[in-house]
Design a protein around this ligand. Sequence first.
Ligand code: HEM
Length: 557
Amino acid sequence: MAPGVFTIGVSLIIALLIRPVFLLTQNYLRVRNLGFPVVISPFGRRNAFWLIVQRSLAPIFIRLSSIGGPFSIFNFIHYSANTSFFHSRYFLHKWYGPVFFIVSPGATQLLIADAPTADEVQTRRKDFVKNEAMYGPLNVYGRNVVTQNGEGWARHRRITTPPFNERNSSLVWKESLLQANDMLKSWVAMSDSGVYTVANDSMTLALNVLMAAGFGKRFEFGGSTKGEQNEDAMASYRAALGMVLKNLTKAIITSKLMKFPAWAIPKQWLEMKNALDEVGTFMHKLVEDERAGVNEKSPERDNLMSALLRASDNEAMGKGKIGLSDDEIVGNLFIYNVAGHDTTSNTIAYVVTLLSTDTSVQEWLREEIRSVLGEEEDVEKWDYEKDFPRLKRCLALMYETLRLYGPVFYLPRYTAESYQTLSIQGKEVIIPPRVHVFVNSATLHTLTSYWGADSAEWRPSRWLDENEEFLQPPPGMFNPWTHGPRVCPGKKFGQVEFVAVIARLLKNGKVRPKLNANEKIEDAIVRINEVILDSALDVTLNMNHPEKAPVVWETVA
Ligand code: HEM
């Protein structure tokens, strides 16, 4: 007799329930004898069902886990929810130790908050790779340095990093000062109403610095273009790129719809599709134009794009080398914009908000800025080579802000199809294939055993000794840019931009919270700290409601 609909339905439900249990058990058995705690999570971080329901369920699980005892089975929530690394900081590792596994039906994960082990994982790029399935969606216009491993990565890296040289840093310095100058003027002009747009304005600034240093096209902070040619097309491209970068998750999802005709795409996604189309077409056109210039041996230009094309063409001329295809050049131009935008702009947004709560840090910084830059008011005369290395307190401010509010607070790696031996706290451990290895920077950056009892406190001076020399934590303990072969190629770019912006803002400016009616300053500081802690991971860490922490900028004599 043929099985009835009921029997098929029940079998399907049983199969659907049994499969995850089977997979979970399988993953558990793979690691249970390796000598480290194994935490069981019913959901993987990227499980579609969990992604939808976690907003409602996570707070309940967090409350249950805080009861302890048998309820500690809910501790997985301090790993599995989207923002848990940031919110839990060192707590999860306090329960389970510096290294432990978390298994779910879909994945086996190894969490590391031990500096020497974290260092080893970061430096062994061939053994602990990026999971290409996870990074694939970032190939929006073509393969690029972020998404590749092995020889492909080495080629992208070799060609794309030479433009990040001192000449480029000097361009970044100059442009960041000009942008910050205009931003400060516009903020001071709003001293009556308060500035509610710090996060947005920081994005505008970061985008304009990328446009100038990346494409040699200047935009004033207010938005008008200063290029000599192609002004309308360039301004429209900048607007489209801004839209893509500000809504990156939506852009990545929309990029999967690019091949569909416009009528088949929901209206609310169409605008994003058009922006992505425009960015792609424009970047290809820039590459074509620039290539024509390069082939005619046009005078050397300073920006990243022309340097990238030269490097790619030079490599292709070398024996047996293949350079980058135009799709790969565009893929890299896009990814450098992505990687260089939110990271720097979010850091600036956090720091302005944090500074508004602490006048003593502002005064400490201003003392250095004024002693380095003296009476000179014209930012065009501030000298990158001479001044940047002396602004150590400003750089310490960046380090401290990245320690607690870094845009990348864990580094995901993968053992792929190989076994990998890893030395963990004196033991040689064989990690099985298909294990996701997470360097948990959020924990490494806040462990009291590494940073002292005040590890959760934002204290920029902790980075300098009594001679104002930078303190260097041991390898693996502080990883905001990662290190080893995959170290962020924009590290110096971001540092120069950050220091220039801070120097300009604080030399003659001071910031305080905009108070609500009848609010005392102490209460405003509590409110602002809550706004800062109410952060979430989109592609990078962002405040959910930065507009709830408006600030007032004033000039200072
Ligand atoms: C505050 C500023 C920045 C921070 C905190 C930061 C952080 C990072 C981190 C942690 C990584 C490694 C991610 C991983 O391996 O999983 C990375 C990679 C990367 N960053 Fe940055 N970044 C910043 C600014 C920039 C800028 C300004 C650019 C370019 C203009 C840039 C371009 C890149 C690229 C292309 C990679 C991939 C490198 C590779 O995989 O070989 N970053 N960044």
